[in-house]
Design a protein. Sequence first.
Lengths: 632, 104, 170
Amino acid sequence: MEYTFIIVLLPFLSFLFLGLAGKKLAPRVAGYVGTAVLAISAALSYLAAWQYFTTAKVGGVFKPWSMDFRWLNFTKDLHIDLGMLIDPIAVMMLVVITTVSLMVHLYSIGYMHGERGFQRYYAFLSLFTFSMLGLVVATNIFQMYIFWELVGVSSYLLIGFYYTKPEAVAASKKAFIVTRFADLGFLVGILLLSFYTGTFSFERLTSGDASLFNEAGGVTFMGCSVIGWALALIFIGGAGKSAMFPLHVWLPDAMEGPTPVSALIHAATMVVAGVYLVARLFPVYYLEAPDVLVLIAIVGAVTSLYAAVVACVQTDIKRVLAFSTISQIGFMMVGLGVSGLEGHEGLGYMASMFHLFTHAMFKALLFLGAGAIIHAVHSNEMGHMGGLRKYLPVTRFTFLIACLAIAGIPPFSGFFSKDEILAATFHFSPLLGAVMSFTAGLTAFYMFRLYYRIFWNKETRHDHAPHEAPRSMTIPLVFLAFVTLVAGPIPFGKFVTSDRAEYLIHLDWTVAGASVAIALVAIALATLLYRKESAIPDRLATSFKGLYTAAYKRFYLDELYLFVTKKIIFNGISRPIAWFDRHVVDGTMNGFATLSQRVSCAIRGFQSGQVQQYVMVILLGTLFITVLVLFI
Amino acid sequence: MEKLHLEYYLVVSIIMFFAGIYGFITRRNLLAILISIELILNSVDINFALFNRFLFPGQLEGFFFTLFAIGVSACETAVAIAIIINIYRNIRNIQVKNLEQLKD
Amino acid sequence: MDISIQETVFFLLATVIVLFSILTVTTKRILRSATYLLFVLFATAGIYFQLEYSFLGAVQLTIYAGGIIILYVFSILLTNQQADERLEKLKNSKVAAGIVAAVAGAGLSLFLLLTHSFGPSRLAGGEVPVKAVGTALMGTEKYQYLLPFEVISILLLACIIGGIMIARKR
C-alpha cells in the first residue's frame, strides 16, 4: 500500500510546479497539467480502494495499514510523526476527494476560461487537494491539525481568488478568522487530550484501550471530565470547519469564491472535515464522553433545521446551496451523535459516512450545475433566471437528479443515506427524529423551489440566448449525476462501519416510507408554488412578514456577530488597547526619538567646522571650570 | 634688581598669550592665525624660562623645555606652512571660512 | 630716580612686547603682522638675555627670528593676493567675542597671578655655561636629555620629509 503516498504527494508536486512555473505556462497547459495529475491521483485512489477493500479484511474486520516516520523528536514520549493511515474511512475520503477534485479540475478548464490568474487558480486547487488528502490520511491528531490549517489557508486563498472584489476579500477574511477562531479550540483540545493520554496517534487513541485514559480519570473541570472537555473543544474545531451553528457564518459568504471552488471546498470536501474528525475519534467520543456525542447531535440538529429554514427564502442560488450544505452537514453530525459503536448500534456512524459520500457527489453536482447556470446568465440571482429548461438541457437533467437525490427520493443515492440517518435518529430519540424528518421535508421544498425558479417559472428576457456550457463542463456534470444515480444501492455497510466489521443494511420501511411521503408532499407544495409564476409566494411572504424577513436575514446572526465583534470587542477592548499602544507605548518611544532629534538639531550648530569657534568654546569652558573650582 | 619680581614678567607673558588668543579667534587668514599661535607659544616659552630661573635656579628643566619647544614650534610652522601653501594651490585662497569641507 | 639699568631694560622690553603683541593681532596687513611678530620675538630674546639664558636667547634669535619669520614672509608673499589683504573685514560679533574671551581670560589669569604667592623669588644663579648645556643634552643620566634630543631630531627629519611631501606639486 506504499503507493498511497504518491496519491498525496502528486498534488503537492503539481502545486509546486504550477505555483513556480505557472507564469511561464500557457493557461490551458496549466489546466491540463493540474487535471492530468489529479487524474493519476484519482486512479491510484481507486486502485487503493479496490485493493484495500478486497485484501485487508482479517477475521471479518478491516485492518488498518499505516506507516509512520518520526518527524519532530522532542523527548522520548513527545514526538510528532508524519505518516499514512489507511483504513476504511480514509480510503473512502481519498476516493471522494480525488473524484470531486478531478471533476472540479476538469470543469474549471471551461468555467475559468480566460480568467486572470488561471494558473494561480490551478496551483491553489492543487494545494487544497494536497492538504485535504494529507488531512484524511493523517496518522496522528497533530498531523491532522497541520493539514487542517493548510486546508484553511488554501480555502482562504481560493475564496479570495477575485482579490479585486472587496466582497471576496471580506469573505475570505471572514472565513479564515472564524475557522481560525474555532481552531483555537481544536488546538487546546489536542493539547489537553495528548497531555492526559500521552499520545497523538489515532490508532492508539481509538484502540479502545481504557488504560490510556486512566490518568485523566479523576480529573474534572467545572463538573465534567477533562477528557470530555478536550473532546468538546476538538468538536468546536470541527464545528468551525464544518460550519456548524453558530460558527456557520463564514460559509454563505465564502460563496464569493469561484463556483467550482465552492463545489470542491465548501460543499464536498473541506466542510466535511469536521465530520471526518469526529468520525476519526468516534470510539474515543463514544467510550469516554457520550455526553459530548449528545451535544454533537443537538448542535447538528439545530444547525440543520436553522439552515433549512434560511435556505427556503434566500434568492441567491449559491447561498441556497450553501445553506443546504450546512443543513446536510448537520445531518451527518446528527448521524454521528446518535450512533453507537458496536454492531447494529453503529447504524448512525455508517449512515453518516454514507451520507458524506453521497452528499459530496450530489452537492458537487449541484454546485457545478449552478456554475453552469451562472456561466449562462451571468448572475447569481434567481430573479434573473427562470425558464432556462429549454436552453440548458444537460444542466437541467443533472440538476434535477441531484435535487431528487438531496430530497431523498428513491432510488437516488440521497434517499438511502439520509434515510439511514433518520432511522438511527428515531432509534435514538423520536423527538429528534421528528425534527430531522421535518428538516428533510424542508430540504425537499427549498431544493425544488430552487429548481423551479431556475428552470421553470416565468421566463426572463436575456440579451442573448443562454447557451449550454462547453464539453469540459458538462462531462463532470454527467459523471457526477451518474454516480448519484447508482451510488444508492452500494452496500456501504460492507465497507465503512464504526467497528470496521460488516454491517448489514436493511431499510426501515416505516421511516423510509414516511420520509418519502414528506418529501413528496414538500415537492408537490414547491411545484404548486413555483412551477408557474404565481402570486402565492409573495402573499405568503407578506402574511408571515416577520418570519420571512428574519429568515431572509438569516435570523440576524451575522448582525449579532458584527455587533459583538465591532461594538463590544472592537470598541470596548481593542480600541482602548490600540489607543494605549499608539499613545503610551509608541508615544514614549516617539518622545525619545523626538527629544534626541531636537537635541541633535540644537547640538548640530556646534559642529560647524570652524576651528576658531572651537577654540572659543574650549577657552570659555576652561575659564568657566576654573571659576567653578576657585570660587565654589 | 631686587624689585624685578617674577610677577612683572608673568604679566607681560599673560598679555602676550591673550593677544594670541584674540588673534586666533578673530583673524581669518590662515597665516595670521599661525602667527597668533606663535605668540601663544612664545609666551609659554617665556613662562618656562621664568619659572626655572626664579623658582628653581639650580636646575635646567625649564630651560631645556623651552629649547625643545622652540624646536617643535619650528617643525609645526614648517608643516603648517606647507599645508597652507597646498590649500592655496587648491582653492586660490587661505581664508579660514572657506575651509569647511572637513566637517561633513 | 631709583631705577636701575635692569629695570629700565625690562620696562623697555615689556613695552615693546605688549605693544607689538597687540599690534600683531590687530593690524590688517598680514606682512605687517609678521613684522610686528619679529619685534615681539626680538624682545623675547631680550628677556632671555636678561634672565642670563644667553644660549636660549641666541636660539630664539636664530630659529625664531632668523628661520621662522623668514618662512612666514616667504609664504605670505607666495599666497598674497592684493585684494585679499585689505578685504579682511572683521565681523563685529567675532571681534567682540574675541575681546570678551581674551579680556576675561587675561583678567582671570591676572587675578590668579596677583592673589597667588610664589614664595621667595629672586633672579639668581648667574649665567648658564654652554658646556653645562651641552653635557646635559648629550647625557643619559637623570636631568640629562639625550632621548628628547634624539626624538626632536627625528621629528625635524619627519617635518622636512612631510613638508616636501605636502607642498610638492602633483
